[in-house]
Write a protein that binds this ligand. Structure first.
Ligand code: SAH
Ligand code: SF4
Length: 381
């Protein structure tokens, strides 16, 4: 059977090398070829012995999900649609800014958690992404971005030092930050997500610092504790409401892990986290969770949890039943939080014109019947 080497972190690649009778330093060489040079063709890995290259070609592949289409927004945001088999599709979004370049990636085909304001939740759940499909998004993005940069560079007269191109953060030709805020709940696909995180952090692969990799969760408390032990990266928690009554409606998983437990898990997480605060995401829904009284309730709620707030303008989709809070209301809400010394930002909506904003990611999900099974699996943990 052919193995996909994108499915392996350093440890698994070393075991694979041992299984095929190769020394462990080969794993390091392979990691570098695959993830730093975006090389998928073993024949071109010219510091590996020819015999090994032939052996690998016979038993292994480097196979990311296939890119079906690309859309470029007027603000430079790029959205790629990727095929993950059986007619299913996922999306990833690249957001270039002056100081960093962020890739927003997906962890599941659809999502089982049914948050009422989320297009992905509406679609239902099909399956978890494999490691190679998660890291394959970063693999593709870097390959495509580097190729388009080279093309531009070759047209210009300036000499480009390749080593600097690959290393430099905060430019538009490699990814400097990864956020797991695309389709799916990353912590419901725990093992595959942390194996992919290993690769993002590995100096022989992408070498990103823990602070530059963010997992966003709707609040799966036991998995937050496991992440804290296994791979503490920056954490964003989708709070969206100042009390259980409202959060039960917006984020149904709250019935299982209510706010008090969630905040306690956030404080535990901070013991090992690379940042000394949790980012709370709060989607602004007109007339639902955006009043001054609710902002004050929120201030009291998080008093003992070091945090920052990111207010997300609601991104509408058909029949959502919600509307975006006006800017005026959003700023009023922000001011209440700021007056209580809570650092609060309002997320810029990027890529609106190509439906690439948060919660609008909705690649095709064909068999949605897996939702019940998945929820049961999660509950059994
Ligand atoms: N499942 C994870 C990560 C993916 S969603 C989570 O829920 O955190 C990433 C962020 O987008 C979350 O904060 C989510 O609540 C938010 N979001 C979902 N639908 C949205 C919408 N329609 N408009 C704005 N933000 C949305
Ligand atoms: Fe799933 Fe996150 Fe959407 Fe909720 S907001 S349905 S957890 S992707």
């Amino acid at each position: 059977m052919t193995v996909n080497l994108l499915d392996f972190n350093a440890k698994n690649l070393a075991s694979f090398c041992a299984e095929i009778g190769e020394k462990s330093f080969r794993a390091k060489q392979l990691l570098r070829w695959i993830h730093q040079s975006s090389e998928a063709n073993f024949a071109d890995m010219n510091n590996l012995a020819k015999v090994l290259r032939r052996k690998l070609s016979a038993i292994a592949v480097v196979e990311p999900p296939q890119v079906i289409s690309e859309h470029v927004s007027s603000d430079g945001t790029r959205k790629w649609l990727l095929a993950v088999g059986a007619g299913n599709e996922i999306e990833m979004v690249f957001i270039p800014e002056s100081s960093r370049s962020t890739l927003c990636i997906s962890s599941q085909v659809g999502c089982a958690l049914e948050c009422t304001f989320c297009a992905t939740g509406r679609q239902g759940f099909n399956r978890n992404l494999r490691v190679g499909e998660i890291i394959g998004q970063l693999w593709w993005a870097n390959k495509v971005l580097r190729a388009s940069h080279k093309e531009i560079a070759s047209k210009s007269e300036h000499f480009v030092d390749e080593s600097k191109v690959v290393q430099s953060a905060g430019n538009s030709h490699t990814v400097s930050n990864v956020v797991m805020m695309g389709m799916g709940e990353p912590l419901a696909n725990f093992e595959n997500v942390v194996t992919a995180l290993d690769l993002m952090l590995d100096d022989n692969a992408y070498g990103l610092s823990r602070r530059r990799v963010t997992v966003s969760t709707s609040g799966l408390v036991p998995a937050m504790d496991r992440l804290r032990e296994r791979c503490p990266v920056a954490l964003a928690v989708s709070l969206h409401a100042p009390n259980d009554k409202l959060r039960d409606q917006l984020v149904p998983i709250n019935k299982k892990y209510p706010i008090k437990e969630l905040l306690a898990a956030c404080r535990r997480y901070l013991e090992t986290a690379p940042r000394d605060f949790i980012t709370f995401e709060y989607v602004m829904l007109a007339g639902v969770n955006d009043s001054v009284a609710q902002a004050r309730e929120l201030v009291k709620l998080v008093r003992e949890t070091p945090c920052k707030f990111n207010l997300i303008p609601f991104n509408p989709f058909s029949n959502s039943g919600y509307e975006r809070s006006s800017l005026e209301v959003t700023y009023r809400f922000r001011d209440v939080l700021m007056q209580a010394d809570l650092v609060t930002t309002v997320r810029k909506t990027r890529g609106d014109d190509i439906a690439a904003a948060c919660g609008q990611l909705a690649g095709r999900v064909l068999d949605k019947t897996q939702r019940k099974n998945h929820v049961i699996m999660e509950a059994a943990r």
